[in-house]
Write a protein that binds this ligand. Structure first.
Ligand code: ADP
Length: 623
């Protein structure tokens, strides 16, 4: 029988696992019991939906057996089992491929908390065992197989016998060392308490043979050992329990057991609803972004149970895209077990549940925003982008649901603010909600276009994420106040007489400059908004300069172009040189016009059209 090699990535993880100095080794048992429970879920579901299979709840259980002499701990289940191919595929290759390479790039180092970072399920057995044997018989097979491995150097598979369908995971427990008392994992009391701690809510009985002593019959001082089978867990699933019987800790443990995330959830929501549709649900808002969240691999969804039977492990119809970060489950007695994936999508009950849940999540986030701002901001930093996509998606269909959950950085408050807070502070004469879009707050602080608005004492929202301005454009208004970019042509601020006059007075100069710049700009005009800076670009029309930048970075965005206006500060010293050149030397005016235009591009963070020409122009002036 030849030894087979683990896939390279799995081998790496195994090595890390075996050598990790992990403090919570005991969680291996939670992982194995959770796998066993999943396997029973699968067979249980089949038994309920397939008439040819017999169903008797009694037959479904998990059993923990200790053999002190052999130093083995066995986790057996009556679940669906694995065929030879499945043993190879599931245990020879780590499920979440790609995870390691991602981690490797970012943070994999010595002593790295591998278990804390992503679930390694079955592999955690190697934290306590130096050899793991799996005997499994799949539903529908007569034969069983034995899979065995002593760690990273490979595994063997051979045909075996097992009386019934199901799986035994046999751990050959490591000898105790000074650092770690592995004997603990052979101690029935210790095992009982680990099961109670992590797996109490497993819905199938976890049985264990407990050895006890009793007085021998007819004797007054002679004891005898006897073995009694006991169910260790309470078996009531957490979502069916009464909320006031549960502690935050129970929800956190459940979150970890279910592998919803490897962080601590920021918030949990426990719902018990009866009415038009009855259901129990537990929902979690994670603290950290799952590593694949903003990739196309990420699948949203909640676990869906029909009266306690798992019918789908990720039901996407229960969550709108903008809440795709929510984890958890729904259990409803109003759903039919036999419902197909296609029918489910159109199921009235399910739609009702989804609608309810959606409102609940929204309200809970609103509560968090009102009552625990710090936590909300932490949430928003992780998932705010998703909410903003939600505003923008479907042409703004959901903007009313989401607009009050948004936060933007305020130029004046120097922190994140809601739109409601902004509007409440607006002075009576302020016409618009002002915003500036750019790369970073630091850059926006220095943006010339903000000068006049800031000078008026008005607050400006700084938009620094690519989705921001698109979301704002879809919102259009908040409480009847229109949004207005500080770069837009009309700021709704009374123009100083001088600006309008100056524009008239120097019309000929501006027309000449516009001609020299060609279609780079739509117009050159006197600025009403500049104080310190000589020039800036503003824009007219729907597409802003910032949006042009974002669209241009996309594969087919080359043709997007904002209508740009070059604004000139007529009070700036530089303006003297312009008028002089206009009157005396038109070639010079051309150079000046291009220089100022390029300067304005640079301030915007846009690339200049022709860097060589730009640099030649500067040189020609210095000569
Ligand atoms: P995960 O449970 O997160 O998928 P694991 O490494 O724990 O990752 O398990 C890998 C796969 O092996 C499981 O998805 C399941 O298909 C299979 N498996 C593990 N344990 C059992 C079991 N006791 N019975 C049947 N299949 C199992």
């Amino acid at each position: 029988m030849s030894k087979k090699q683990f896939q390279a990535e799995s081998k790496r993880i195994l090595e890390l696992m075996i050598n990790s100095i992990y403090t919570h080794r005991e969680i291996f048992l939670r992982e194995l019991i959770s796998n066993a429970s999943d396997a029973i879920d699968k067979i249980y579901y089949l038994a309920l939906t397939d008439e040819n299979l017999n169903f008797d709840r009694e037959n479904y259980f998990i059993k923990i057996t200790v053999d002190q002499a052999a130093r083995t701990l066995t986790v057996s289940d009556t679940g669906i089992g694995m065929t030879q191919e499945e043993l190879e595929a599931n245990l020879g290759i780590i499920a979440k491929s790609g995870t390691l390479s991602f981690k490797e790039a970012t943070e994999m180092q010595e002593g790295f908390d591998i278990i804390g970072q992503f679930g390694v399920g079955f592999y955690s057995a190697f934290m306590v065992a130096d050899k793991v044997t799996v005997i499994s018989r799949a539903l529908g097979s007569i034969e069983a197989n034995k899979w065995e491995s002593e760690g990273a150097d490979g595994y063997t598979i051979e045909h075996w016998h097992r009386d019934n369908v199901g799986t035994d995971i046999i751990l050959h427990i490591k000898p105790s060392t000074e650092e770690e008392d592995y004997d603990d994992y052979l101690n029935q009391y210790r095992l009982q308490s680990i099961i109670k701690k992590y797996s109490d809510f497993i819905r199938y009985p976890i049985k264990m043979d407990i050895s006890r002593r009793r007085l021998k019959e007819g004797s007054e001082n002679e004891y005898e050992e006897y073995v009694e089978e006991q169910v260790v867990n309470s078996m009531v699933p957490i979502w069916r329990k009464n909320k006031n019987e549960l502690q935050p800790d129970d929800y956190e443990k459940f979150y970890a057991e279910k592998h919803y995330g490897f962080d601590e959830p920021i918030k949990y929501i426990h719902l018990s609803v009866s009415g038009a549709v009855s259901y129990n649900a537990i929902l979690f808002i994670p603290e950290r972004i799952p590593f694949d969240f903003y990739s196309k691999d990420y699948e949203k969804g909640l676990e869906l149970y029909a009266n306690g039977v798992l019918i789908m492990s990720k039901c996407p119809d229960l969550l709108p895209d903008y809440f795709s970060f929510v984890k958890g489950l729904v259990d409803s007695e109003d759903l039919s077990l036999n419902i197909s994936r296609e029918m489910l999508q159109h199921d009235r009950q399910l739609k009702l549940i989804a609608k309810n849940i959606n409102t609940k999540i929204k309200n809970e986030l609103q509560n968090l925003l009102q009552n625990d701002r710090e936590k909300y901001e932490q949430f928003f930093k992780a998932f705010g982008r998703q909410l903003k996509y939600g505003v923008y998606d479907n042409y703004g269909r959901d903007k009313d649901v989401l607009q009050d959950l948004l936060l933007f950085y305020s130029s004046r408050e120097k922190k994140l603010v809601t739109l409601e807070e902004y509007v409440a502070r607006m002075p009576a004469e302020q016409k618009y909600i002002y915003y500036a879009a750019g790369e970073s707050n630091e850059r926006l602080e220095k943006m010339p276009q903000t000068e006049i608005v800031a000078d008026k004492g008005y607050e400006i929202l700084f938009l620094t994420e690519d989705v921001d301005e698109f979301a704002i454009k879809i919102l259009m208004k908040y409480q009847d106040k229109e949004f207005r970019s500080v770069s837009s042509g009309d700021l709704g601020i009374e123009p100083g007489e001088s600006a309008a006059e100056a524009d008239e007075k120097h019309k000929a100069l501006f027309v000449a400059m516009k001609e020299m710049l060609g279609d780079k700009v739509k117009e050159v005009r006197a600025s009403q908004r500049l104080k310190q800076h000589p020039v800036c670009l503003t824009n007219e029309g729907e597409l802003s300069i910032e949006m042009e930048k974002i669209l241009k970075a996309m594969p087919d965005g080359k043709n997007f172009k904002a209508d740009k206006i070059l604004e000139i500060n007529v009070d700036h010293e530089v303006f003297q040189s312009l008028t002089q050149a206009f009157n005396e030397d038109r070639d010079k005016l051309k150079i000046y016009s291009h220089l100022l235009y390029n300067q304005a591009l640079l301030i915007e963070g846009l690339p200049i059209d022709d860097p060589v020409e730009f640099s030649n122009n500067i040189c020609s002036l210095m000569k």
